[in-house]
Design a protein around this ligand. Structure first.
Ligand code: ATP
Ligand code: MG
Length: 489
């Protein structure tokens, strides 16, 4: 139920509305003049503000209350009430962020419906903000791990071009993080609030890809039973990511070139073109220049796309990053999924560093996931690694003592940009020598680990904002602090 601040100078009306809303389970703070309202706004931080526009019959205090309320973070939903409703004041109130406008006399049902809609609306906005924040964290730079010089170059480029409309061509072998970079570019640009639309150009046959990208009119071809917008329309205001661009058929290359030149899209079977505002990012693991010389890729399209090239290094070229990547996957992926901390033996880590990773980071990530599933203890050892990684190590050398072999990792996720790593409260892994003999832990320990993992997840979602986290988790701030400090109930 919601916290509602109610302001009206008609005492009977305040009393009646107050009663009705309380009966519905809301917490109501009633006011019959503007006096004290502004203080209450900041102190109570209501979810909803219902205010009369003309208080004390003269001045439009309601507008001031509305402005103050909308300036709060997060802003409550606002409903304006007036007895002298003019179109102008309604428009002005909506412009200042009021959700709805009610003219007196109104029916109670009308008011209730408006309240319900306003509360649903703010809830959705809040959820979207959280989601976006989560996406940003997931695809912001912080999740692209790499300290080696070629990765530093990649980060510099991302930083330079993210918040521009430049077309970027991301080149690199399979599994080197091209899509991750595309997402980082979008989520660090002013287009972040609009859609990021990825499409794999090699996944569809030519005619389907064409209608997918540009849309079609009803009846344009057999099976086109409705008008359909294409992905370029969907990405309007945002970013389209053309993955595996090297596989785009010749005829579509020409159409794409026209879209890039003219910034307008014509649906299949349509005579009219519609202008779109879309940023284009493309990626390929093929050698596009070679495809150009072989006549398989249009040279003019290549130059259009290759405005800013970003070259992703293979993992072989940055083998020094293997340990930080392993630490990242153990901590951020395996630990969040299983709720259990894992470590890796020094010899297993050495084997990972020696492997040449034809599948790049994706192959390494899979190897770690697999090992965490196979491993019988929280310590990953040589025998848990994929056969290709350990094939050169004689099986006689596979048995390792569990003690004194644990690779040391920093407690926090390794930040890629120096100084961005923030230590997180985390369940510390068992110390060397005390590693658990099997994967069975006590129920209490299991529940605590799960709870810790979830707390960390929510704290991360809220950017470590403990008040917001406590609210989302529906526990008191004090309880949250106790839990974060690792004290039991
Ligand atoms: N630098 C990195 N830091 C952390 N994770 C990474 C990094 N690079 C890649 N990954 C992870 O590896 C996997 C593959 O990355 P991604 O899909 O971006 O690669 P890709 O270059 O697009 O591959 P493909 O050419 O096969 O489509 C993903 O799970 C991604 O999260
Ligand atoms: Mg990809």
């Amino acid at each position: 139920m919601a916290k509602i601040l109610l302001v009206d100078d008609e005492i009977t009306m305040v009393q009646m509305v107050c009663e009705v809303l309380r009966a519905d389970g809301h917490e109501v703070f009633p006011f019959t003049s503007a006096h004290g309202v502004l203080e209450a706004l900041t102190e109570r931080h209501p979810d909803l503000v219902i205010t009369d526009l003309y208080l004390d019959k003269t001045k439009a205090h309601g507008m001031e209350i509305l402005q103050k309320a909308r300036a709060l973070n997060p802003p409550p939903a606002c409903l304006m009430i007036t007895g002298f409703g003019t179109v102008e004041s309604a428009v002005e109130a909506m412009r200042l962020g009021a959700y709805d406008f009610l003219e007196k006399p109104f029916k109670l049902d009308e008011l209730k419906l408006s309240i319900q809609r306003a509360l649903n609306y703010t809830r959705t906005v809040a959820e979207n903000t959280l989601l976006r924040r989560e996406l940003k964290q997931r695809y912001g730079f912080h999740q692209i791990i790499g300290a080696a010089p070629p990765m530093q170059e990649v980060f510099r480029m991302i930083e330079r071009v993210a918040d521009t409309d430049a077309t970027v061509l991301i080149l690199g072998e399979s599994g080197t993080g091209k899509e991750l970079v595309a997402r980082a570019l979008h989520f660090n640009s002013r287009r972040q609030h609009a859609a990021f639309v990825p499409i794999n150009c090699s996944a569809l046959p030519e005619n389907l890809l064409e209608s997918e990208l540009f849309g079609h009119r009803k009846g344009a071809f057999t099976g086109a039973i409705n008008d359909k917008n294409g992905l370029f329309h969907e990405a309007d205001g945002g970013t389209i990511f053309l993955d595996e661009i090297g596989s785009m058929p010749a005829q579509l290359q020409s159409r794409l070139l026209r879209v890039l030149q003219e910034r307008e899209v014509r649906r299949v079977g349509d005579n009219v073109a519609v202008s779109v505002n879309v940023r284009v990012l493309a990626a390929t693991n093929e050698n596009l220049e070679k495809l150009v010389t072989e006549g398989k890729f249009r040279e003019d399209l290549f130059y259009r796309l290759n405005v800013v090239p970003i070259l992703m290094p293979s993992l072989r070229e940055r083998a020094e990053d293997v340990p930080v990547l392993v630490a990242h996957f153990l901590r951020d992926k395996v630990h969040s999924r299983t709720g259990r901390p894992f470590q890796i033996s020094r010899r297993a880590l050495e084997a990972l560093c020696r492997h040449n990773w034809p599948g790049n980071v994706r192959e390494l990530e899979n190897a770690i996931e697999r090992a965490s599933v196979l491993s019988e203890s929280p310590l990953i050892k040589i025998r848990d690694l994929p056969p290709v990684v350990v094939q050169k190590i004689p099986t006689g050398e596979w048995d390792e003592p569990e003690t004194a072999l644990v690779a040391e990792f920093p407690q926090s996720s390794p930040g890629l940009i120096p100084g961005t790593a923030t230590p997180q409260p985390d369940a510390s892994p068992p110390k060397p020598g005390t590693a658990m003999p099997s994967h069975i832990v006590s129920l209490k320990r299991f529940i605590r680990d799960q709870e810790n993992a979830y707390l960390n997840h929510v704290l991360k979602l809220t950017n470590q904002n403990k008040e917001e986290a406590a609210r989302l988790l529906d526990i008191s701030l004090a309880t949250l602090y106790r839990k974060v400090a690792g004290e039991g109930e």
